[in-house]
Design a protein. Sequence first.
Length: 281
Amino acid sequence: MTWNTQSSFTAFTVAVERQLESQRSDRLFRDDLAEAFVAAGPSHLSASISEHAPVMSGYLALRTRHFDDWLLERTNSGIPQVVILAAGLDARAYRLPLPADTRVFEIDLPEVVAFKENVLAQLGTEPTCAVTMVGADLREDWPNTLVNSTSFDRTVATAWLVEGVLPYLSDADNDRLLDDVFRLSTPHSHLAAEHVNSAITRFAKEGPGRVVASHWKSAVDDPVGWLGRHGWLATVADQATVAREVDRSLPAVLDQAKTGNARLWWISCERGGEVGSRPTR
Ligand code: SAM
């Protein structure tokens, strides 16, 4: 198969890191599917990964565990529906003990979804709950596809996860995406997202991170304010605490003694009242 975009190719970088993490005796999670995805991936993969590795080493494992815990907390507290935007080769619907009646919807570019479904079909692996994969471009009218082509229920609370993609989209795309998410969310819905600030964009473009950061198109310096304007009550995770809680040292890319003001934000939000813009398409 052909991988057309660098951003879809990055799904493999994360899978490789999850595979490596799963092999550790002190692993933060176990993702058995990561190995199968990597094995079925494009042959020029290893070159790209070795370019990314010095920057992202340790980061992706900690990020995965952080958002795993976030998701389990939300679903265990009764949120029945999960939407993972830009799911890539994320296998949470297969490897996390989600409540059996949870419904998970995963959205990514059609080429990535086709690849993933093909590998999963060959393995015959069963998810821990119902999962629906949707091939759609987040810069286009994905809400229409989600609402009209799947069993997504806009009358119940949703946990939305947006990990590893916002920097690859433009500011305008991200604003529209957040408005769409708000519009599809009932009160008591939750959202978790990862984004970067402008200082890390400058920092990464100069250092070994330039391979990753050269594809970034957006950054946000005030994530709480930004999400607030889109209707979400946001808090930013203290990553040093996250690392300490799982007994890991802070990855270099998160260590401000090394990166200055550069930040990779891990944000979790609850849907507020009727604030923020609510465009109709
Ligand atoms: N969230 C996943 C994870 O953490 O494993 C994947 C992260 S990967 C770095 C970025 C993902 O964003 C890729 O799977 C890519 O295909 C997806 N992506 C990038 N641009 C997209 C777009 N315009 N619409 C849908 N998905 C997109």
